[in-house]
Design a protein around this ligand. Structure first.
Ligand SMILES: [Zn+2]
Ligand SMILES: [Zn+2]
Length: 204
């Protein structure tokens, strides 16, 4: 489920993308997997025709347990940036790691999709820090990993401080969110180890 204040518009980096229609401050939960998202079990994934799997995997996430998740409400249209403003390592939701202004595109880092092994793409994100080619192997790069974790750590105190339009569903579905509400702000304490993109990133 996607938070409010987000619209689908034409994107400079891809056909379409997600754009903020209002200020989304650091710490805002941008999306989380919910019961309206589509899911295929590992067994169902194995039975999908190759072309169908490829189409679903383009927009969905392969998870640690081999299942496939296709986020609902357009959340699957989030494009990549090498300086993403939404990250989720060690969390089971996508977190705004900096203030996102109205009109800005909302992006995540596809190199965090560590379960989609061997995947890569040419990047046109226009970031000064663009890696040129984005690969899932970059998720193993210590410098890139450290940058992601530092950005998430810095944003975590904002989670309990900002207005969270998704708070009810987060309380119900997200153990990391409940831990944050319980006063935890350190990623090692907040993380359950389960994440939609990089499940084994944070070891406790
Ligand atoms: Zn959903
Ligand atoms: Zn890039």
């Amino acid at each position: 489920m996607l938070t409010k204040g987000i619209d689908i518009r034409a994107s400079r980096t891809h056909n379409v993308g997600l754009f903020a229609t209002e200020e989304l401050p650091t710490g805002t939960v941008i999306w989380l997997p919910c019961t309206k998202c589509s899911r295929w079990s590992k067994e169902e994934v194995a039975d999908l025709p190759a072309a169908r799997f490829q189409a679903l995997d383009t927009y969905g996430h392969l998870l640690t347990d081999g299942s496939l998740l296709l986020p609902c409400l357009g959340a699957y249209l989030m494009n990549h940036s090498c300086e993403a403003n939404v990250l989720d390592l060690g969390l089971d939701f996508g977190l705004a790691v900096r203030d996102i202004a109205p009109g800005e595109e909302i992006t995540c880092d596809y190199a965090t999709f560590v379960e989609d092994g061997g995947w890569s793409m040419e990047c046109h994100c226009r970031s000064p820090r663009c890696r040129g080619r984005v690969t899932t192997e970059q998720g193993g790069d210590p410098d890139i990993k450290r940058t992601w974790l530092e950005r998430i750590e810095a944003a975590l105190p904002g989670v309990a401080a900002v207005e969270q339009p998704l708070q009810d569903i987060l309380k119900e579905l997200s153990e990391p969110y409940r831990r944050i509400l319980g006063g935890k702000t350190d990623l090692q304490q907040v993380s359950t180890g389960a994440s939609v993109c990089a499940p084994s990133f944070v070891t406790r």
